[in-house]
Write a protein of this length. Structure first.
Length: 158
């Protein structure tokens, strides 16, 4: 069963009321990165390729990322906490889809805490304001034996 947006907001903690939706919480854009070196995923481990953080343009005191078609890594501004007994799923907000963009993410296991990242696929140039709501996190109840304690635990918050 999926939990209510209020439940998700309580699990995350520090979110604004405008981020709380009936069935989840909107996550805001924290930063945009371009991968500049290859990564590797092998049978004995992984290496994430080096990235370059893109600089947003200043526009009347607002930071705006002007993105051409391509793939980008986005970091979320909000800290995510997946409570015990739950699994997190992150979906793009429909505004991204309506602007020819797709946000790809992975399952977030119980016990994960961090800011997290996603893959933003841009099919037509778009402008994204820093802090804009780009994704919605939903939580579902889940049975599991262990909690997440992997490489990405506490990413972006330590």
């Amino acid at each position: 069963m999926f939990r209510s947006g209020r439940f998700v907001a309580d699990a995350l903690g520090d979110v604004d009321d405008e981020q709380v939706q009936p069935n989840g919480v909107d996550l805001r854009l924290g930063g945009v990165y371009e991968q500049v070196e290859p990564g590797r995923i092998g049978t004995d481990g992984k290496t994430v390729g080096d990235r370059r953080e893109l600089d947003p343009d200043e526009e009347d005191g607002t930071e705006v990322y002007r993105l051409d078609a391509g793939g980008y890594v986005v970091g979320y501004a909000d800290t995510v906490r997946i409570p015990e007994g739950h699994v997190g799923f992150l979906y793009p907000r429909s505004s991204l889809l309506r602007n020819s963009c797709m946000l790809d993410t992975a399952v977030w296991d119980a016990g994960y805490e961090g800011r997290g990242e996603g893959l933003l696929e841009v099919y037509h140039p778009v402008e994204l304001e820093a802090g804009a709501r780009i994704a919605q996190l939903v939580l579902a109840e889940a049975n599991h034996a262990d909690s997440y304690d992997g490489t990405y635990q506490r990413e972006g918050i330590e």
